[in-house]
Design a protein around this ligand. Structure first.
Ligand code: NAP
Length: 310
C-alpha cells in the first residue's frame, strides 16, 4: 500500500511530491495525460520567484519532477485515474486498469481550458480552433495569416503576444471594453503593432468555407448587436479554466463550479484526502500559489500519517 498518492503533476502536485518524498514517504505521482499540467502550455514564466530572467514552463516542470525523484518520488507517466473509492481506509484508486491503495491522497488535478460551447468550435477543434498558442502557434497553417484570440485575461494577452511571432495580424476579441489582465500584460498587448483589440464582442460562429479548416469567425457586438466576420486561419480560445474534479463529485465537497472546498488548511471533508492548486483555487491561480498549497497539503498529509501511526 502507498503512503501518499498524488493525483496530478502541475506545480501543486510536484511540490507535494518534493515535500512528501523528503519526508521519506515515497509518494506515487499519477501525472494524468498531460504531465506538468497547464504550466507546460505557457511560454515564459516571468513571475516565479527565483528566476529573474523568466523560465520556460516545461523547464519548471522538469526541474520539479527531477527534484522530487531525487528524494524518492515515483512518477507514473500518462496515468489517468478512472475511478476512486474514498468510502473508508485504505483509499482506493483505479488507474489505467490497476487498483492502487493509499493511506493518503493529495488531489492536485488542476484545471482544463474553458470552451465557448459552440458546435462549430467542437467541430473545428485541432482544425484551426485551439486552446494553446505555445503548443500550436508555430504550425504552418497559422504562419503569416491573420489569427483571432478570444478572451481578456492574462492568458489571452499572453497568447496574443506570443502569436505575433507567426501571424500577419492578431485580433483580440473581448466581450467587454476593458481587459481583465494585469496592467503590465494589458499594456504590452495593446501597444503591440500587430494586435488589434475588438471590444464588446463575442464569437458566435467559427467558419470553414474550405471544409475542415478555419477560414474566419463570426462575431457579434453585444452593444449594437451588429454581426461581422473576421477572416482568419485560426481561433485561439483563452477564456479561463474549469477545475478537473468530475471524478470526485459527490464524494469530496466542492462548490457549484466544481472547485474543491477544503475544510481546514488543505484537508478535505474526507479523512486522509487533501487538495492543492487550481482544482480548488478560484482566486489566485498562480504557479507559485499552487506550489505553496502543494507544500501545505504535503505537510498536512505527513502530520495525518504520523497521527495514525501512534
Ligand atoms: P481569467 O483571468 O479568468 O480570464 C478569462 C477571460 O475570458 C476574461 O476576460 C473573461 O471575460 C473571458 N471569458 C470568460 N468566459 C467567457 C466566455 N464564455 N466568452 C467570452 N469570454 C469569456 O483566465 P486566464 O486569463 O486564463 O487567467 C487565469 C489565471 O492565471 C489568472 O489568475 C491569471 O492572472 C493567471 N495567469 C497568469 C499569467 C502570467 O502571469 N504570466 C499568464 C496566464 C494566466 P470577463 O473579463 O468579461 O470576465
Amino acid at each position: 500500500m502507498e503512503k501518499v498518492v498524488i493525483i496530478g503533476s502541475g506545480c501543486a502536485g510536484l511540490t507535494s511530491a518534493i515535500y512528501t518524498a523528503r519526508a521519506n514517504l515515497e509518494p506515487l505521482v499519477l501525472t494524468g495525460a498531460m504531465p506538468g499540467g497547464l504550466l507546460t502550455t505557457t511560454s515564459i514564466v516571468e513571475n516565479f520567484p527565483g528566476f529573474s530572467k523568466g523560465i520556460d514552463g516545461t523547464e519548471v516542470r522538469v526541474e520539479m519532477q527531477q527534484q522530487a525523484e531525487r528524494f524518492g518520488a515515483k512518477i507514473q507517466f500518462g496515468s489517468t485515474v478512472e475511478s476512486i473509492d474514498f468510502s473508508d481506509q485504505p483509499l482506493k484508486i483505479s488507474v489505467d486498469g490497476n487498483a492502487v491503495e493509499a493511506q493518503t491522497v493529495i488531489i492536485a488535478s488542476g484545471a482544463g481550458h474553458r470552451h465557448l460551447g459552440l458546435p462549430s468550435e467542437a467541430k473545428l477543434e485541432r482544425k484551426g480552433v485551439t486552446y494553446c498558442a505555445t503548443c500550436d502557434g508555430a504550425l504552418p497553417a497559422f504562419r503569416d495569416q491573420p489569427l483571432v484570440v478570444v478572451g481578456g485575461g492574462d492568458s489571452a494577452c499572453e497568447e496574443a503576444t506570443y502569436l505575433t511571432r507567426f501571424a500577419s495580424k492578431v485580433y483580440l476579441v473581448h466581450r467587454r471594453d476593458q481587459l481583465r489582465a494585469s496592467k503590465i500584460m494589458a499594456e504590452r498587448t495593446l501597444s503591440h503593432e500587430k494586435i488589434e483589440p475588438v471590444w464588446d464582442s463575442e464569437v458566435i460562429d467559427v467558419m470553414d468555407i474550405e471544409q475542415d479548416k478555419v477560414t474566419g469567425v463570426k462575431i457579434r457586438n453585444n452593444k449594437t448587436n451588429k454581426e461581422t466576420t473576421i477572416d482568419c486561419a485560426g481561433l485561439f480560445i483563452a477564456i479561463g479554466h474549469v477545475p478537473n474534479t468530475q471524478l470526485f463529485k459527490g464524494i469530496v465537497d466542492m462548490d457549484d463550479e466544481g472547485y474543491i472546498l477544503p475544510k481546514k488548511g488543505q484537508e478535505t471533508n474526507v479523512s486522509g484526502v487533501y487538495v492543492a492548486g487550481d482544482c480548488s483555487d478560484r482566486v489566485y491561480r498562480q504557479a507559485i500559489t499552487a506550489a505553496g498549497q502543494g507544500c501545505a497539503a504535503a505537510i498536512d498529509a505527513e502530520r495525518y500519517l504520523a497521527s495514525i501511526a501512534q
